[in-house]
Design a protein around this ligand. Structure first.
Ligand code: GDP
Length: 620
């Protein structure tokens, strides 16, 4: 177990209600989720499990019984959970989202997933990931929509260990036929979505039959109790034998003077990494060798790290990567990179998922704007019937294509689950989530491949970017001035170059036309990809100049999103600032400065002030 994993468990342990019988050992831990239609008995079964395994705080059961008696209401096992939650909300524990109990064999964390959204969020963000599930079905009501939807979610998120608990058997006279009918009906449903239930167990949460103790009322049943079934599940190990993947969470700079190393930090999702290994970052293609592996409070530092650990490492050479990239290991299978993803998703938003609207996609540590591009197939998650429509409504499951604002790295969920899951956010709320099936080709693919190779092969200077910036008193940046034809772009660019030069800046104005007869001499204006290639070359030239520390001013007519996408792919971590000149902004790119006044001098002064504000220019 890695240090941080141990710390997390320790934290979880401490965060249990204090006088819970706590985890005092290094017992195996299995995380479990209980799902099912509302009122089918999830809380009752959980309360029973806690009570019958002696996991409740001392005196809690009597206290709740007594309270019920005093208020003349019948005792319910579900109240035990409410009582625990009350205690949690009074600050006795910091972690209200989980609940613990233990058996002789091992310890369990029950993830609190009151609804689909919490469940998706937990599973995708990695806050807590269930390894097994109990799916509760009411014997009286039988299989309901949510019984099926939850089943679908479990299958989509790759939870293969599922025990189906048919509850409230006391209300159907312990009738075997009712149980078997549900078993047949629900097994058929599960089969269609590729899940084989580990067991079907008839229980009564209220009476305790077959929860922790075998039922005397159902002698016809010879299978396991719920508790024994839980112990029969296997605890999954983090995927240490798969290729190394670590989504970059943050890049920290050492603050000690003269130390320009950076720690690349994140959680290792799969595989392992040791000092001396060569890491390659995707999508950028930047690479270097691991110099040290860092860890919290570890002395001496470890020389390797593996799946399941929060980790950090430093590199032999300083490279610039950002949050959202995925670190992989040279020589192992590589992550995919794409801007058009084929996915299988589950929609939970009240308003449908539609084309033509911006959403946010979160995959690993990357966050990117996206749109629904094509809907291939929609099915109702409860009936599994195909539905014919172009938007995706609440509780629909759909195979569709998402188009992202920029390319991200990921894996097909079938290869590596952890880096193949995503959620979709709208208006700060999770509205849906799912798994990636694969990437489709897109228009910036060629450019990306070239950039990847360029970065991969890049010969790095010994002068770090920061040092160069300090010396020149400026950060390198591309100032992109765009607008309609004859709107005054060039006079403005020249005035800005003048103004910055006069105050000692290293600045250069590059009219886009200046490339046409030189760098672009072999390009035919009639050829299909002329504009793309022209922009790519311009961006490569800009990349070189920015790498040299220059503030580069470029003018181009009506730059659009597709152009900017290429520029950003080529320029990578370098900054681009956009200026639109003209009365009305007629572009689909985000514009940082909009100039309407005619004078180039005043426009240049305004841009200069902006550059000071954003820290491109350090001193006035
Ligand atoms: P949840 O919404 O799935 O968490 O369901 P609860 O655990 O709150 O149970 C809903 C209702 O069903 C409560 O009134 C329980 O008392 C009742 N209930 C739960 N399990 C049983 C059972 O095994 N037998 C009977 N008769 N009632 C039960």
């Amino acid at each position: 177990m890695c240090n941080t994993e141990r710390q997390l468990n320790e934290q979880s342990r401490k965060s249990q209600v204090t006088n819970h019988k706590s985890r005092t050992n290094d017992n195996e831990l299995l995380s479990l989720v209980i799902v099912g239609h509302v009122d089918h008995g999830k809380s009752t079964i959980l309360g029973r499990l806690l009570a019958d395994t002696g996991s409740l705080p001392e005196g809690k059961l009597d206290f709740v019984r007594e309270q019920c008696r005093r208020n003349s209401k019948p005792f319910e096992y579900a109240f035990l959970l409410d009582a625990l939650k009350d205690e949690q909300s009074q600050g006795i524990t910091i972690d209200a989202a989980r609940c613990f109990f233990k058996t002789k064999k091992r310890d369990y964390i029950i993830l609190d997933a009151p609804g689909h959204i919490e469940f998706l969020k937990n599973m995708v963000t990695g806050a807590s990931r269930a390894e097994a599930a109990l799916l509760v079905i009411d014997a009286v009501e039988g299989v309901r929509e949510n019984s099926r939807r939850h089943g679908y979610l479990l299958s989509m998120l790759g939870i293969r260990q599922v025990a189906v608990v048919v509850n409230k058997m006391d209300l159907v006279n312990w009738d075997e036929k009712i149980f078997r009918d549900i078993e047949v009906e629900y097994s058929e449903f599960l089969k269609k979505i590729g899940v084989i239930a580990t067991a079907f167990i008839p229980v009564s949460g209220r009476e305790g039959d077959n929860v922790a103790v075998s039922s005397r009322n159902m002698s016809w049943y010879s299978g396991q109790t719920v508790l024994n079934q839980l112990d029969a599940f296997s605890a999954s190990q983090p995927p240490k034998n798969k290729p190394f993947r670590m989504p970059v969470q943050a890049v920290y700079k050492f603050t000690a003077k003269g130390d320009d190393r950076r720690i690349v930090a994140g959680t290792v999702e799969s595989g392992h990494l040791s000092i001396g290994d060569e890491v390659v970052f995707y999508p950028s293609g930047k690479r270097s060798r691991v110099k040290t592996v860092e860890a919290f409070n570890r002395d001496p530092l470890p020389d390797s790290t593996a799946a399941g650990c929060a980790a950090g490492f430093t590199l032999e050479e300083q490279i610039y990567v950002r949050r959202g990239e995925i670190a992989a290991k040279e020589g192992e299978s590589v992550p995919k990179v794409g801007r058009r993803l084929r996915v299988n998703l589950f929609w939970l938003g009240k308003t449908p998922f539609v084309t033509g609207k911006d959403y946010l996609l979160k995959l690993g540590t990357s966050k990117v704007r996206m749109r629904l591009s094509e809907v291939e197939r929609v099915i109702d998650a409860s009936t599994l019937e195909p539905v014919k429509r172009d938007d995706i409504k609440r509780h629909d499951v759909a195979e569709c294509v998402l188009e992202l604002e920029r390319a991200v790295a990921f894996d097909a969920a079938a290869d590596i689950q952890q880096t193949g899951r995503f959620v979709i956010v709208d208006d700060y709320e999770i509205r849906g989530g799912g798994i990636v099936l694969g990437a489709l080709s897109d228009r910036t693919e060629d450019v990306r491949e070239k950039v990847f190779l360029r970065n991969y092969k890049w010969e790095r200077s010994r002068i770090p970017r920061d040092l160069r910036a300090e010396k020149l008193n400026q950060r390198p940046a591309l100032i992109l001035i765009t607008g309609e034809k004859d709107s005054g772009k060039k006079p403005l660019a020249k005035a800005l170059e003048n103004e910055l030069f006069a105050t000692g800046r290293m600045v250069y104005f590059l009219g886009i036309g200046n490339l046409l007869y030189g760098v672009d001499a072999d390009l035919k204006e009639q050829s299909k990809n002329f504009r793309e290639e022209h922009i790519r070359r311009l961006s490569e030239v800009a990349h070189l100049m920015l790498d040299a520390g220059v503030i580069l001013i470029v003018t181009a007519i009506e730059v659009n999103r597709a152009d900017l996408r290429i520029m950003e792919a080529v320029l990578n971590t370098f900054e681009v600032h956009t200026v639109w000149i003209g009365e009305e902004v007629k572009t689909d790119i985000p514009v940082e400065i909009h100039l309407t006044e005619p004078g180039p001098e005043s426009g240049a002064a305004k841009i200069k002030r902006y550059l000071q504000d954003v820290g491109v220019i350090f001193k006035p």
